[in-house]
Design a protein around this ligand. Structure first.
Ligand code: EPZ
Length: 422
């Protein structure tokens, strides 16, 4: 397993290109199952999760070609479609459950393994099941697999979700495009990745309104045609790299960044003492003074503060002046970066869904363990400004969501290198 060694090396200056969004691409790819015609995605990120989704779609009978060094995914599912999403693939990545809605819409039946839990939580699928049942699916759990069938195909319905689940919104949205009649989804997730999926589905001929709000209306159509669609900029990668100059000093321009992707996050950066300037090419970030101020953070569904930036924000607040309280309201176990940051000298008290961070002057480098995707990158960020050397182990977590993080950070002056493991 690879490790990454990062050494505190002063201010960072330059430009970091932001890739296409992992969490948009992972829902756009299964949309190929909704049509027999080709769906091509451009601006795709080069990540191991995308390779996992590629393997899954191929196992279902879809053709997926990666072109232009992986930035273009040319897909088509015009042959025989296999309805079974195997546990062996699904257990590696929860987003595999996003083939459930498309398979039901295309075939009228599907057998999708439950993903099982992961480091940050149990990750149940009840909201997905309720949403697809509302569209006329009958879903039964047998030996760890969801067996979904429909008699006479999916039918439009009005459904209100108990929680604005991102994945359940995406499964409902994709399934409803081919259901008979009108569907209305209430308490829908509002993330930019939902809007990106709706934009792509509309290019394929779907009739969708209200995406980006809590109520989405879909008029079912008989069939969808092919399309070409650029994956939206990754707002979580964007927020992550905006924190690099915030933690280290200097000035970094994140190319492709847009304020509307990180609104709530920028409000917290401003309160902490960080300036964000919109430029023609992206977002330029620099610290205002020499010491940051403590801020409180509560993670919420979009447009609130994103849970996927909570760990990275904690790394920033470890050296801010004063005490910050971070409340994690989306996942039940998403503070695993805290004990690792404490190995670096951070002062953090975790009580259930709350973490209190009392700022210290400077962290000290140490060997630390990556536990999940966003926790991993928060340790890299902490190491950028820490005194001495930080070795982050198990960086395969990192490669799921960040393209060559060491290259992007080295390009702006970070002292960072990857050590290949056995
Ligand atoms: C998406 O996961 C993202 N993944 C996650 O990003 C992100 O953290 C999450 O949305 C919240 O924004 C992808 O888009 C591939 P949810 P998803 O359904 O769809 C509970 C990353 O780091 N829940 O909105 O799985 C669930 O357990 C990843 O890139 C149910 O109880 O998130 C969680 O506590 C991590 N029952 C909460 O809702 C359900 O049926 C939010 O889950 C579904 C979810």
């Amino acid at each position: 397993m690879d490790s990454i060694i990062v050494t505190g090396n002063g201010p960072l200056n330059g430009q970091i290109p932001i890739a296409g969004a992992k969490n948009a691409c992972l829902t756009l790819m299964p949309a190929t199952l909704l049509s027999e015609e080709p769906l091509t995605l451009t601006n795709a990120p080069r990540l191991s999760d995308i390779r996992t989704m590629t393997t899954l779609l191929r196992s279902l009978g879809a053709e997926v070609s990666t072109l232009q060094d992986g930035k273009v995914l040319a897909m088509a599912s015009h042959g025989e479609i296999n309805p079974v999403a195997d546990y062996d693939i699904v257990r590696k990545m929860r987003a595999s459950n996003l083939v459930l809605g498309p398979l039901l819409a295309r075939l009228g039946h599907a057998v999708v393994s439950l993903p099982g839990g992961c480091a940050i939580g149990a990750r149940p699928m009840d909201i997905h099941i309720d949403a697809l049942t509302a569209l006329g699916a009958e879903i039964e759990l047998k030996e760890g697999y969801l067996h979904a069938t429909t008699k006479g195909g999916l039918k439009g319905a009005v459904h209100e979700m108990r929680f604005a689940s991102v994945g359940a919104t995406e499964n409902f949205l994709m399934a409803a495009t081919l259901a008979k009649g009108t569907s209305v989804l209430k308490n829908a997730a509002r993330e930019p990745e939902i809007v990106d999926l709706a934009n792509c589905l509309r290019k394929m001929g779907a009739q969708i309104e209200g995406d980006g709000t809590s109520t989405i209306e879909i008029q079912g159509v008989d069939r969808l045609h092919g399309a070409t669609h650029p994956v939206v900029t990754d707002r979580i990668e964007l927020g992550t790299y905006m924190l690099a100059p915030a933690i280290c000093g200097g000035e970094v321009e994140c190319l492709g960044g847009r304020i509307e992707l990180v609104g709530a996050f920028c409000e917290k950066l401003d309160a902490a003492g960080i300036d964000v300037e919109e430029t023609a090419r992206g977002l330029k970030v620099r610290r205002r003074g020499d010491r940051l101020r403590a801020v409180d953070v509560v993670t919420e569904p979009f447009p609130g503060f994103p849970t996927d930036l909570q760990a990275q924000m904690m790394a920033l607040l470890c050296t801010a002046e004063g005490a910050s309280v971070l409340e994690e309201k989306i996942f039940e176990n998403r503070f695993m970066h805290a004990p690792e940051l404490m190995r670096m000298g951070a002062k953090i008290e975790v009580h259930g869904g709350h973490a209190k961070v009392t700022g210290v002057n400077r962290l000290k480098g140490a060997p630390v363990m990556a536990t999940d995707l966003r926790a991993s990158v928060s340790l890299i960020l902490a190491g950028l400004a820490a005194e001495g050397e930080t070795i982050v182990n198990r960086v395969y977590h990192l490669d799921r969501g960040y393209e060559r993080v060491e290259d992007k950070l080295r390009a702006v002056g970070a002292k960072i290198e990857r050590i290949s493991g056995q």
